[in-house]
Design a protein around this ligand. Structure first.
Ligand SMILES: [Zn+2]
Length: 362
């Protein structure tokens, strides 16, 4: 009997120790709207760097900044942090030239369905417009917000004003600061008050603030409130592409990369986050591939189903740019975010896509 007990204990211990150790305690998601996989993996596109196709005012200056002889040098000029960190110390999916495909599964390839698929883990056919309708689906931010240890420690900052609807802020009680809405918290510091004022006074697009206001507001919030889950959702890459301004699209992408660097360096400088935070970089949809269609996206442009995603943190093996992988989908992001934190999103949403196993502790 005693021998049987010892055997059982040994078995229990071996299964316990067989569990991979997980170091992630916090997840930060940084998305930029409609940034093509073509630029992420090959940098600036020669076919679009002119006045006719790309609305480029000063092509020589743009080439100086972003044109290099090889795709590797071009992408490093466009996204230096991405290519020196995530692509070396983390994992990147979506380089179709290496047979690594990342796809949107909602069939619509525009923003509300894309963010809904990202955070809810399912492509819901009811989500078929960018109108201000509250999302009926449970999202992973809301799911985590209800879990012990996460209450009040989950927040989202979006440049686009739709996020309170996409993430159903009134139902979920999540902090969702979006569009031109000021961040109003009792503990607001003078920097947040100034950002609120500048954002209100610098209007260009009707439904989207400039990325700088959204990013810096989120960074101030991060420093002061130390959320465990933070989503920062930027939009200029999509706006400038629709406007036909390839120069400003590239400059926005370059700035998002700089934001990713600042975010990562800030996280590594804070004891609450250092060595225990996973950063996920992603986009909500692709765009057309040629001189005519690059500005746009949607179901009439099948190319816009292709996206990219990157993972950087203490639990993700440094496999870099993935080659010859099974396709990954946007819908997998929700369960992946939860799994990094030791939570199973599919208990709450059985229809949600499975996590991306390769980036989780093995
Ligand atoms: Zn768009």
């Amino acid at each position: 009997m005693i021998r049987a007990c010892i055997l059982l204990l040994a078995l229990a211990a071996s299964t316990l120790f067989a569990q991979p150790t997980r170091r992630t305690q916090n997840v930060v998601i940084l998305m930029t709207d409609g940034l093509r996989w073509q630029e992420v993996f090959s940098g600036a596109d020669a076919a679009l760097m002119d006045r006719k196709a790309g609305g480029v005012a000063d092509a020589a200056a743009l080439r100086d900044q972003f044109w290099r002889a090889t795709p590797e040098d071009r992408r490093a000029a466009l996204l230096p942090f991405f290519w020196s960190s995530a692509a070396r110390q983390g994992q990147v999916f979506g380089d179709r030239s290496l047979r690594s495909e990342a796809r949107v599964t909602n069939g619509l390839y525009f923003s509300y369905p894309g963010y809904s698929e990202t955070f809810c883990g399912v492509a819901d056919p009811r989500i078929d417009s960018n109108e201000k309708r509250y999302n009926p689906n449970l999202n992973v931010l809301e799911f985590l917000h209800r879990r012990p240890g996460f209450e009040g420690r989950v927040a989202a900052f979006g440049a686009w004003e739709l996020f309170p609807w996409i993430l159903n802020a009134p139902r979920t009680g999540l902090l969702v600061n979006a569009g031109y809405e000021p961040l109003r918290l009792p503990e607001n510091n003078a920097r947040i008050e100034l950002l609120n004022a500048l954002k209100a006074e610098t209007e260009y697009w009707d439904s989207e603030a400039f990325d700088s206001f959204t990013f810096h507001t989120a960074l101030e919030y991060l420093r002061a409130n130390k959320p465990r889950v933070l989503a920062i959702l930027l939009g200029e890459t999509d706006e400038w592409a629709h406007a036909g301004r390839y120069d400003l699209y590239l400059k926005s992408a370059r700035r998002v990369d700089e934001y990713a660097r600042r975010l990562w360096e800030t996280l590594q400088s804070m004891p609450e986050y250092r060595g225990s935070t996973t950063l996920i970089l992603a986009t909500d949809h692709g765009r057309g591939a040629d001189r005519k269609t690059w500005r746009s996206h949607g179901r009439r442009i099948p190319e816009s189903q292709y996206i990219w995603m990157a993972f950087l943190g203490p639990d993700t093996r440094p496999l870099g740019v993935r080659e010859n992988t099974a396709p990954v989908t946007q819908a997998q992001l929700a369960a992946t975010i939860a799994a990094f934190l030791g939570e199973d999103f599919r208990i709450a949403v059985p229809a949600a896509a499975a996590p991306v196993r390769d980036v989780l502790p093995q």
